[in-house]
Design a protein around this ligand. Structure first.
Ligand code: PRP
Ligand code: URA
Length: 206
């Protein structure tokens, strides 16, 4: 299950973040803004509870988020999306999964994990700007499910059909939200046209 957020405001920012002339400061700002838009959509079915609030005029029946939300950035590029989602749900808990793609095999290697216990019963939102082969996302979902998580969504900025298929095959219950489903992967397993190496562009390491 996946959803591409085609809203013009998202697509405008996506054009800017793809641009190779965009430096790391602007890239970070755009990653934050795009994440906010996508997460706004991804959170549309979050469980709410009714509360009564006294306005200056009268009592109002309102709705507030009732779900324990656990945001899980995949290190390191996922951290570039953290401010964006936390500005929407400031009370969310944050867990970390450290993964990198082995240069030769392109398969993920896990080097760190630290998850709050609320991951088991809460809504877990994995964030990573790039879902390329899907290997890293599948590995992160595997880790969350091993901890008992059952309500998992993935938010990325750019993905491609091959990666979506791999996640769908391994975890058909997980909904993926992206700003763009690009054409394909190249021989280095980079998304085409993509936006390059998201971690390097976020942190100015290239
Ligand atoms: C990038 C990206 C994803 C992964 C996607 O991370 O942020 O985690 O690659 O590729 P996949 O879908 O083929 O697994 P990278 O391994 O470059 O590590 P970094 O975030 O530390 O730069
Ligand atoms: N990781 C990235 O940062 N970019 C890609 O296109 C693929 C994997």
């Amino acid at each position: 299950m996946y959803e591409e957020i085609r809203h013009p405001c998202v697509q405008h920012k996506l054009a800017l973040i793809r641009d190779l002339e965009t430096g790391h400061k602007k890239f970070r700002e755009l990653a934050t803004e795009i994440t906010m838009f996508i997460c706004y959509e991804a959170l549309k079915n979050v469980r709410v509870k009714e509360v009564e609030v006294q306005t200056p005029v009268a009592a109002a029946k309102c709705h507030m988020i009732a779900e324990d939300i656990v945001v899980v950035p995949i290190l390191r590029a996922g951290v570039g999306m953290l401010d964006g989602i936390l500005s929407l749900v400031p009370s969310a808990r944050v867990g970390f999964v450290g993964l990198y793609r082995d240069e030769a095999t392109k398969e993920p290697v896990t080097y760190y994990q630290r998850l709050p216990p609320q991951a088991e019963n809460g809504m877990c939102i994995i964030i990573d700007p790039m879902l390329a082969t899907g290997g890293s996302t599948v590995a992160a979902i595997d880790i969350l499910k091993e901890k008992g998580a059952a309500n998992i969504v993935v938010v990325c900025i750019v993905t491609c059909p091959e990666g979506l298929q791999r996640v769908e095959d391994a975890h058909p219950d997980v909904h993926i939200y992206a700003a763009s489903i690009d054409k394909e992967l190249n021989e280095k397993k980079y998304i085409v046209p993509g936006l390059g190496d998201a971690g390097d562009r976020l942190y100015g390491t290239s």
